[in-house]
Design a protein around this ligand. Structure first.
Ligand SMILES: Cc1cc2nc3c(=O)[nH]c(=O)nc-3n(C[C@H](O)[C@H](O)[C@H](O)COP(=O)(O)OP(=O)(O)OC[C@H]3O[C@@H](n4cnc5c(N)ncnc54)[C@H](O)[C@@H]3O)c2cc1C
Length: 488
């Protein structure tokens, strides 16, 4: 963590290191507002990039290729990074409630916390299926799945529920990886079977027919069965119960169904749509809350429904950063205008991909290389950060007049708060004092030390000191823990 050289006048707290917030951090790092402190609260320090997740599962990428390390990014932005899980908000008190640390106050809040596949409505799903999100949990559980498959000498039935682009791509990646691992271990890979299950009549329902047709052929060529129009009614050990179809044997079950919002949003008192997503206006501001913004999968956008896709979360990043900046500096906000049609490049397990935009479909190894180039370029923006020259301190262009008035007073206090009087001066000053004789003072000014020891009655003595050190981290809670550790 970096200690700010300016007094902190406004606290901007970012919840979740999603695709939009990494852009907010980068943009504030490139152009900070003096007096504004960012704090990122994220469940994990390494945030996954969804575009490269299937490639990570397939074995084409390592962990670092597919994750943004928010540590250096937060330092670049001069932001504090708190690794914790947000469980609630205190909107009236403007505080974020975390699972493991004291509440975090904010002046301006932004949520980019994504979504998770919905296992809640299907009995047995949360016990027996592996949801693709949170991704860190999924990666660990997928490794364990592979270990189990190898322990069974490659004889396993793998089912994936949810046939959107993420599900189809993930199953093809898993098939590629598991068949390779089974062969590599010297077993017969024909003992592995795969099935894609969907409740709607067709796979990839929001994509053009030609794109869908390509994936039907690819799945068939790889021996992956497809069961559509069969909602899962229950998940039991070793099988899925499907409406209108009956039981389907499955030793391993992956779950990538429709995105569901975080459940704690409902109790936080924010405005939600009927499915529980956060209602935001066209400026990405939460309806009725001037000091709360949101972007990515977690929002219900007022202008039109946006696909729950990383592409839209990425695109929202610059608009979100701009509107946070505009709010802080008292300028009118700008509308976020998401694109109508996005380019989709979906990989097929090997280094091969199919792409579509505006109804045109392309395919081949070159499409995979194109996707790889786009994804790596995106990651470089956050993992290879530019060297920034330290700009001279400028007067904060903050909107708040009271904040401006505070600057001179705070700046004066900051100049002296950590300074110490030299030992000679201190000894001379103390020499003029006549210590009062008190039975409860065990160590006092007659034998001066760094601390006084006072008998307060009972079993414990009280140790008191004014010998503090300056904050070495910009987080009072962490500094308190460090100080306590040193004292013990
Ligand atoms: C297998 C798969 C492949 C996909 N491939 C693509 C693709 O190629 N292209 C594409 O556009 N989309 C893809 N998607 C969709 C994409 O994953 C999501 O749309 C995208 O991740 C949403 O981004 P986001 O910024 O809203 O949230 P996320 O990327 O999910 O980020 C949210 C962040 O918030 C953190 N967080 C969540 N809750 C809390 C909390 N309570 N406290 C603290 N931190 C919290 C999380 O840890 C995470 O870091 C894919 C999805 C899947 C499942």
């Amino acid at each position: 963590m970096k200690t700010m050289s300016h007094p902190v006048l406004k606290d901007v707290v970012l919840l979740g290191a999603g695709h939009s917030h990494v852009t907010v951090l980068r943009m504030f790092g490139m152009k900070p507002i003096p007096g504004v402190r960012l704090t990122l609260i994220s469940r994990e320090v390494h945030t996954p990039y969804s575009g490269m997740l299937p490639g990570l599962i397939a074995g084409h990428y390592g962990f670092d290729d597919a994750h943004i390390d928010t540590g250096p990014l937060a330092r670049f932005a001069g932001a504090r990074l708190y690794q914790d899980e947000v469980v609630d908000l205190d909107l009236a008190g403007r505080r974020v409630i975390c699972r493991s640390r004291p509440p975090v106050p904010y002046d301006l809040l932004s949520l980019n916390i994504g979504s998770t596949p919905n296992t809640a409505g299907v009995p047995g799903a949360s016990e027996h299926a592996i949801p693709v999100k949170p991704i860190d949990g999924f990666l660990r559980r997928f490794e364990a799945l592979q270990t189990r498959v190898l322990a069974r000498k490659g004889r396993a039935a793998v089912a994936l529920v949810g046939a959107g682009a993420g599900g189809v791509e993930l199953l093809l990646a898993a098939e590629h990886r598991l068949r390779h691992a089974v062969r590599h271990a010297g077993f017969d890979a024909s003992g592995l079977s795969f099935v894609l299950v969907s409740d709607v009549p067709n796979i990839l329902p929001s994509f053009p027919a030609a794109f869908r047709a390509r994936f039907h052929s690819i799945l068939a060529a790889r021996g992956i069965a497809v069961v559509t129009g069969a909602p899962v009614t229950a998940v039991e050990t070793g099988r899925l119960m499907l409406a209108g179809y009956g039981p389907l044997a499955a030793d391993e079950i992956l779950w990538t169904t429709q995105a569901a919002p975080a459940r704690w949003l409902a109790k936080a008192g924010l405005p939600l749509d009927p499915r529980g997503f956060l209602k935001v206006d066209s400026m990405l501001r939460v309806i009725g809350q001037d000091d709360v913004f949101a972007a990515g999968d977690t929002i219900a956008f007022s202008d039109r429904e946006l696909p729950k896709s990383g592409v839209y979360a990425v695109r929202a990043g610059p608009a979100l950063a701009d509107n946070i900046r505009r709010t802080l500096t008292g300028r009118s906000l700008r509308r976020f205008k998401p694109q109508r049609e996005a380019l989709y490049l979906v990989s097929t397990g090997e280094r091969h991909a199919v792409g579509t935009r505006n109804g045109v479909v392309v395919e081949g190894a070159w499409v995979w290389r194109w996707k790889d180039w786009i994804d790596r370029r995106f990651m470089r923006k956050y993992n290879d950060l530019p060297e920034m020259k330290v700009a001279p301190a400028a007067l904060p262009p903050l909107a708040d007049r009271e904040a401006l008035k505070e600057i001179s007073a705070i700046a004066m206090r900051c100049g002296g708060c950590g300074a110490k009087v030299g030992a000679t001066v201190l000894t001379r000053a103390l020499a003029g004092l006549i210590p009062a004789a008190r039975a409860d003072v065990v160590v006092g000014l007659d034998a001066p030390d760094d601390a006084a020891l006072v008998d307060v009655g009972g079993e414990k003595l009280s140790l008191q000191t004014v010998d503090y050190f300056r904050a070495i981290v910009d987080d009072p809670y962490t500094l308190g823990k460090i100080a306590a550790n040193h004292a013990l």
